[in-house]
Ligand binder design. Structure first.
Ligand SMILES: N[C@@H](CCC(=O)N[C@@H](CS)C(=O)NCC(=O)O)C(=O)O
Length: 212
């Protein structure tokens, strides 16, 4: 069985949890506590980036980067597919997923916020302004992008890799108190997704390592 290094609150790990649940794939979950800095211990010897998630295949190959793990899952467990069969539509889905994973999430990751706080001595208020700025800028563009593709989910009515990325990012934004009124399509997709069993199973509060 594959081993999955995760943390309940990690939005990148949450992406993978959604895909695992949608595909019905069982893994051995190994929590890495990011709050206590466990990512910098033994785990960093296996994954030098010291970030979660990572997935170690049954053959002992360690995959880092959530989008790579999603690609591995798509190759290994093709059903249900999380990319449309039409190649141009698949690229449209990836464009949404990359928008979130490459341009929104990295600016607001724990280590970035910690650096603003600890090394650059910014106040909580400034850090919140930083967080809100990048999420709002990203979500504003995403809202326009989704206007051309969304149905119940980001691309039509079935979940794709784009939803694996969007739902955790919205969860994270809500946790940081971002008002979602300006993003009705994103909000509609988020609320619909959270009525679906796979998305419920993947929620941070439904993980074994969850703490308040
Ligand atoms: N691009 C990476 C990002 C991974 C990432 O940033 N993970 C965060 C949690 S969401 C992390 O491990 N942070 C630990 C830290 O900042 O020290 C991916 O998609 O897997």
């Amino acid at each position: 069985m594959d081993k999955f290094y995760t943390y309940f609150r990690s939005s990148a790990a949450y992406r993978v949890r959604i895909a695992l649940a949608l595909k019905g794939v069982a893994v051995e979950s190994l929590p890495v506590n990011l709050r206590t800095g466990e990512q910098h211990g033994d785990y960093a010897a296996a994954n030098p980036q010291a970030l979660v998630p990572a997935l170690c295949t049954a053959d002992g190959v360690l995959l880092s980067q959530s989008l790579v793990i999603l690609e591995y899952l798509e190759q290994t467990y093709p059903n249900p597919p999380l990319l449309p069969s039409d190649s141009m539509q698949a690229l449209a889905v990836k464009s949404i997923a990359y928008h979130i994973a490459c341009d929104i999430h990295p600016l607001n990751n724990l280590r970035v916020l910690n650096f603003l706080k600890n090394e650059l001595a910014h106040s909580e208020n400034t850090i919140q302004t930083w967080y809100a700025h990048w999420v709002r800028k990203g979500f504003s563009a995403l809202e326009k992008q989704l206007a051309n593709s969304a149905g119940k989910f980001c691309f039509d009515d079935a979940p794709t890799l784009a939803d694996c990325c969007l739902i955790p990012q919205v969860y994270n934004a809500k946790r940081y108190g971002i008002a979602m009124e300006d993003f009705p399509i994103i909000t509609r997709i988020y609320e619909y997704a959270l009525t679906q069993p796979a998305f419920i199973a993947a929620k941070p509060e439904n993980q074994a390592d969850f703490v308040e």
